[in-house]
Design a protein around this ligand. Structure first.
Ligand code: GAR
Length: 319
């Protein structure tokens, strides 16, 4: 199984870290923890991670100061990390760092976001007389506690609950929620349904695009209904291939073999389709460059679109 390589960042106790590590050990779990780091070299969580045989990078934010974020990033890249999970990591990550890791950092927060971002969530929920609290796993964006919500769990507030008793029960819920949501998120880039949604959103940015199947595979065509011409096909593990591949039109066999030879992880010669000039782009990978996919779709769209749709662009290109 192609498991996502996860790094966990901690500042303290690390009970969520432990839950993520143990769940990641199941053979069918789509992620595995390869690195634990944080901002405090004496965090108790690091001792646990070490004992569990996970690589630990002890970085001290108070010593490294501005150099801290670069050191952390170097360490994530050296371990070829796909996803970063924050587990009680009590620092705000700078916007430029978040930008470079967009969509690849998740966090757990002890409230039902968007209610109660920030600190002291349990006390605030009790003071407000809420009937329930809970926890949220969300994507990290430059704005604190406000990225896309990936999963939530509700926890009832009991009469007489204090912040400490409530925290204890929410923590149990966190330990169930976090590994499950991280596993779902880690398998998303390899899921054919999700890939099709991404391609569909990109393909529909161009004029007169509609859906059309090609030998049972989903495809996208351009032009009026009667003369619609296919410009992209999604081949989901066709004829024993392991790729969920997007087939687009290249200029010809020379370009195709050049690309396939230079970047065999990305490009392939699709069975049966290759001979008619369709180039395969493997999309069930964790490092897909969606800008590049968009560019290929545009090229393929232009090659298939009737001249009335491409005329203006053709004129602009001739200058
Ligand atoms: C957890 O309750 C987590 O939700 C919270 O810190 C605790 C860490 O406990 N995170 C935040 O408040 C982030 N804003 P742990 O170290 O035992 O996992």
């Amino acid at each position: 199984m192609d498991k996502a390589r996860v790094a966990i960042l901690v500042s303290g106790r690390g009970s969520n870290m432990a839950a993520l590590i143990y769940a990641g050990r199941a053979t069918d779990c789509p992620y595995q923890v390869f690195l634990v780091s944080g901002d405090k070299p004496k965090a108790p969580a690091l001792v646990v991670a070490e004992a569990e045989g996970i690589a630990v990078e002890r970085l001290d934010q108070s010593v490294l100061k501005q150099g801290y974020w670069q050191a952390l990033e170097d360490s994530l890249r050296a371990s070829k990390i796909d996803l970063v999970a924050l587990a009680g990591f009590m620092r705000i990550i700078p916007a430029d760092f978040v930008g470079r890791w967009a969509g690849r950092i998740v966090n757990i927060h002890p409230s039902l976001l968007p209610r109660y971002p920030g600190l002291h969530t349990h006390q605030v929920a009790i003071d407000n007389g809420d009937a329930k609290s809970g926890a949220t796993v969300h994507l990290v964006t430059a704005e604190v506690d406000s990225g896309e919500i990936l999963g939530q769990v509700e926890v009832a507030i009991l009469p007489g609950d204090t912040a400490a008793t409530l925290e204890e029960r929410v923590l149990i819920a966190e330990h169930q929620l976090y590994p499950r949501v991280l596993a779902q998120y880690a398998s998303r880039p390899l899921d054919a349904g999700w890939i099709e949604e991404q391609v569909d959103a990109l393909a529909r940015q161009f004029d007169e695009v509609g859906r059309k199947t090609s030998h049972g595979s989903p495809g996208w065509a351009v032009g009026s209904e009667k003369s619609a011409k296919l410009f992209a096909i999604l081949a989901d593990r066709h004829h024993g291939e392991d790729a969920v591949g997007l087939l687009v039109k290249a200029s010809g066999p020379d370009e195709m073999s050049g690309l396939i030879e230079a970047q065999p992880d990305i490009y392939y010669w699709p069975k049966y389709y290759g001979a008619s000039g369709w180039l395969g782009l493997k999309l069930n990978r964790r490092d897909v460059d969606w800008e590049q996919v968009r560019d290929w779709l545009e090229r393929s769209w232009r090659a298939a679109a009737p001249p009335r749709l491409t005329r203006l662009q053709d004129i602009a290109d001739s200058f």
